[in-house]
Design a protein around this ligand. Structure first.
Ligand code: CA
Length: 427
């Protein structure tokens, strides 16, 4: 499956930038993000180890100007202009960056002025939302999650809706409230009906939850009216991020009939700052679950289209100790990203550079691998005990949730870092 032109697959490659053992960001990763510092406004960057590399500074030193990429994109405050160069342009840029920073190449290392301008400790930069998100779509592609939620709300016999095994169910979310990791999340106010015998009430959500997800970011797709085929869909994917799709279950369960999620979902979704490219993830490609019944022809793919990505979520009470509350894996997802994108465009719906497509909560088959508090505490009926002895049914004010993810195989580790957010009281 490996592409020989993809240095991501060369696990022996090392960088002259110090990279801590078990770093998520070895030279094989070369993710993309947007950072600012005291010295410069937000602009594109990559990361090796704990060093953030300013691509504008490299472009200014004429190190990126023969790649067929307009160097103005390295001064932009989002990655959208860079993404216009598509998968082949991004591939060439990553190859160049690996070339410049590999341990046996002293060319850049010796240009100390450029090095000083370009390389900053991660602690001294501010990371921003990497893309200007045009549209956000949220799928529901974990069978275990759908069965758990369906069992809770409709009973075990009707857990999966009749369409679920035939298409990747999804809905159109809200792009404006997607925020970068580290942004506080305010507990939403809303209407809910805690007692079905009584009229609805208004107030702060009492069932604030996480959804452990990943998301993929698209390149410019095909024009309106044209579809993307399942087997070519990955060519339209820039990369992946970690995603926490915060959810207010009490608002959601009252409002969702018949049109689906609305205010219980659109008050905030947190994204990790580094987009890990599909080329970097290639060594971790694996088969997804067997699909039975066989999907309709437009959803069929050849080869393997899932990725082995270990994921975990932790809860940290205010001034307290961190407790891991979930360990799961992306490869559990029933529908692949290729199938999600093919389905999304089969009716001619166009996708654009910077669109975000979230996986849906990624749950495994055991309670330790459930990706939401709704499932972990079974709708609040089995409270979770944290390391400090306190209990949770849902999130409390001051709680911080951290989601982390990484791939590891044959000594090569490629990670996403983390997405983190703290719950502030309702206003
Ligand atoms: Ca979701």
């Amino acid at each position: 499956m490996s592409d020989p032109s993809n240095s991501s697959n060369d696990q022996t490659l090392r960088s002259w930038i110090t990279t801590p053992t078990n770093s998520d960001f070895p030279i094989q990763n070369i993710p993309f993000g947007i950072c600012s510092s005291d010295g410069h406004p937000p602009r594109p960057c990559t990361r090796i180890g704990d060093s953030v590399i300013d691509l504008f500074a490299l472009a200014k030193a004429d190190l990126l100007n023969d790649l067929g990429i307009d160097t103005e994109v390295f001064g932009a405050s989002t990655l959208n202009p860079l993404m216009r160069s598509g998968r082949s342009g991004i591939r060439q840029l990553r190859q160049r960056l690996m070339e410049l920073f590999r341990s046996d190449n002293g060319f850049l290392k010796e240009r100390t002025v450029t090095v000083q301008e370009a390389i900053h400790p991660v602690s001294q930069v501010t990371m921003h939302l990497p893309v200007d998100v045009g549209d956000y779509t949220d799928f529901y592609s974990s069978r275990e999650h759908a069965v758990n939620v369906g069992t809770m709300f409709r009973g075990a016999e009707n857990a999966l809706m009749p369409n679920w095994l035939h298409l990747p169910v999804g809905y159109h979310g809200r792009a404006s409230s997607i925020v970068v990791s580290g942004t506080d999340i305010q507990r939403p106010m809303g209407q809910m009906r805690p007692n079905p015998e009584e009229p609805p009430v208004f107030g702060p959500s009492k069932q604030l939850d996480i959804e452990l997800e990943t998301a993929f970011i698209t390149f410019e797709g095909r024009p309106l009216g044209e579809r993307i085929e399942a087997d070519e869909a990955e060519e339209f994917i820039f990369g992946m991020v970690l995603f926490n799709d915060w959810s207010a279950r009490d608002i959601q369960s009252w409002e969702y009939v018949p049109l689906g999620p609305f205010l219980g979902k659109n008050f905030g979704s947190s994204m990790s700052p580094w987009i890990v490219t599909m080329d970097a993830l290639e060594p971790f490609r694996t088969a997804g679950p067997k699909q039975d019944p066989t999907p309709l022809p437009y959803l069929r793919t050849s080869g393997e289209h899932s990725f082995d990505i270990a994921l975990e979520a932790s809860l940290v009470p205010k001034n307290g100790e961190e407790t891991v509350i979930c360990r799961t894996n992306f490869k559990n997802l029933y529908w692949s990203m290729a199938q999600q994108l093919a389905h999304h465009t089969v009716n001619g719906c166009n996708v654009r550079a910077g669109d975000v497509m979230a996986s849906g909560t990624i749950s495994g088959s055991t309670p330790e691998s459930f990706g939401s508090l709704l499932e972990i505490t079974w709708r609040g009926s089995k409270p979770l005990t944290l390391k400090d002895g306190s209990e949770r049914k849902f999130l409390e004010d001051g709680d911080t949730v951290v989601i982390r993810g990484h791939c590891e195989r044959d000594g090569l580790r490629i990670g996403f870092g983390e997405v983190r957010g703290e719950i502030l009281p309702a206003r």
